[in-house]
Design a protein around this ligand. Structure first.
Ligand code: UDP
Length: 358
C-alpha cells in the first residue's frame, strides 16, 4: 500500500511515531508535515527523539485564522495527493491539519483512515469538535480508541467500517516509558535558555487550549491555584501563550510556578513520572496521567476521555482556583486492573485492518 500520512501538531507526531514503526518495511508511507507546529521545541524534537522519518513534504503553514490555515493546507495537500496517488490518506485526531487532509482527500476520492475517531464532547463551541465530526463522516475507516468512542460512532450511523483498536498514544507511552526508566534527570530550560533544576517535589501543569487562554481570566485562575500549592508547578508553556503566562505571573507576583520552554515527549513523560499530580487541559496528558496512575485535574468544560474519570483519578474542573484546589485535595482510588485503552499494539492492528481493506 502507498499511504500518505498527514501530521502537523505535537500530539500527531507522537501518534505518527507508533504508526511509522508498525508500517515500516511493509508499506510505503509518505509523510506530509503541514507546519502547524513548526519550531525546534514543538516539532523537531519529536522527530529526533521518536525516530520519526523525515517528512517527505513540509508545507510550512501555521498561524492565521482557522479558515485561512485549513484552506491553505487543503490546497497544498490536494496537489500532493494528485501527484502521489496513494491508496490511503491517514489522519490523526482533531486538528486543522486533520480536517484539511481529510477534505482534500475526499474530494478527489482517495479513501481516508482516521485514527482516534469517535471522540465527542457534544458541543460545537470547541473548535476541534468540528474537525472530529467532519473527519469521521467523510472517512472510510475509523479507528476508535475504546468501546466508548465506538458507541459514539454507532450513534451517528458510522459503526460499519469502524474498529476498536486501542489508543495509539498508549503505544507510544509504553514504548517510551521503557526508556524513561533509565533516565536519571531531565533537561528543562527557562525562556532565556537557562537550564533549570527540577524541584524534588512539584506539580506538572500544562495549559494551552483556546478556551483557557483566549484572555487573561481563565489562565489567571489556573495560575493562581497552582501558586497556592505547597510545591511549585512546572509549566512547559505552549509558545502561543508564553507572553500571557509570563505577564500574568509577573503582574500577580506568582512565584510558585516554574515557566519553562516546551519539552520533548520523553521529557514530558519524565516530568509526569516524577510529579505529585497533574493539572492540564491536554487530551493526551490526561490519558498519560491515567496510564501512569498519577492523579489529574483537567481544567476544561467537557470530558474528552470519560473513561479516565473514575475514583477521582481524573476530575474535571472549571478554570476556578478554588475548585481546582479542592479537586486536587481529594484522594484517588486506583483499580490496577482497569485499563480500557488497549494493549499498546493499536498501530499494528491499524496496519492489519488497512491491509484487509485494500
Ligand atoms: N507534551 C510534550 N511536551 C510538552 C507538553 C506536552 O511532549 O511540553 C506531550 C504530552 O506528554 C502529551 C502531548 O504532548 O503526550 C499532548 O499534546 P498537546 O497537549 O499539545 O495536545 P492534546 O493532547 O491536547 O491534543
Amino acid at each position: 500500500m502507498k499511504i500518505v500520512t498527514i501530521v502537523g501538531a505535537r500530539p500527531q507526531f507522537i501518534k505518527a511515531a507508533a504508526f511509522s514503526r508498525a508500517v515500516k518495511g511493509r508499506h510505503q508511507e509518505i509523510l506530509v508535515h503541514t507546519g502547524q507546529h513548526f519550531d525546534e521545541n514543538m516539532s523537531d524534537v519529536f522527530f529526533k527523539e521518536l525516530d520519526i522519518p523525515k517528512p517527505d513534504y513540509n508545507l510550512g503553514i501555521s498561524g492565521g485564522s482557522h479558515g485561512r490555515m485549513t484552506g491553505a493546507m487543503m490546497a497544498e495537500i490536494e496537489s500532493i495527493l494528485m501527484k502521489e496517488k496513494p491508496d490511503w490518506v491517514l489522519v490523526y485526531g482533531d486538528t486543522n491539519s486533520t480536517l484539511a487532509g481529510a477534505l482534500a482527500a475526499v474530494k478527489i476520492r482517495i479513501p481516508i483512515a482516521h485514527v482516534e475517531a469517535g471522540i465527542r464532547l457534544g458541543t460545537l463551541s470547541n473548535p476541534e469538535e468540528v474537525n472530529r465530526i467532519v473527519t469521521d463522516h467523510i472517512s472510510q475507516i475509523l479507528f476508535a480508541p475504546t468501546q466508548l468512542e465506538m458507541e459514539n460512532l454507532q450513534k451517528e450511523n458510522l459503526g460499519t467500517g469502524s474498529y476498536v483498536v486501542g489508543n495509539i498514544m498508549y503505544d507510544s507511552y509504553l514504548h517510551c516509558m521503557k526508556q524513561i526508566e533509565e533516565m536519571e534527570d531531565v533537561e528543562i530550560y527557562d525562556f532565556t535558555g537557562q537550564k533549570i533544576k527540577l524541584p524534588e517535589q512539584y506539580y506538572y501543569l500544562t495549559c494551552h487550549r483556546q478556551e483557557n487562554t483566549y484572555d487573561d481570566v481563565p489562565l489567571k485562575e489556573i495560575l493562581k491555584a497552582m501558586n497556592q500549592l505547597e510545591a511549585p508547578a512546572v509549566y512547559p508553556v505552549h509558545p502561543r501563550n508564553r507572553e500571557r503566562a509570563e505577564r500574568l505571573c509577573r503582574e500577580n507576583h506568582f512565584q510558585n510556578l516554574l515557566l519553562i520552554q516546551p519539552v520533548g515527549y520523553k521529557e514530558s513523560l519524565y516530568l509526569l513520572k516524577k510529579c505529585k499530580k497533574v493539572v492540564t487541559d491536554s487530551g493526551g496528558l490526561q490519558c498519560e496521567a491515567f496510564y501512569g496512575k498519577k492523579q489529574c485535574v483537567t481544567v476544561f468544560g467537557w470530558a474528552g476521555w470519560p473513561q479516565t474519570m473514575v475514583g477521582n483519578r481524573n476530575q474535571l474542573s472549571k478554570a476556578d482556583a478554588h475548585e481546582i484546589l479542592e479537586k486536587l485535595s481529594r484522594e484517588q482510588e486506583v483499580c490496577p486492573d482497569y485499563q480500557p485503552f488497549g494493549d499498546g499494539h493499536a498501530a499494528e492492528k491499524i496496519v492489519e485492518i488497512m491491509e484487509g481493506k485494500r
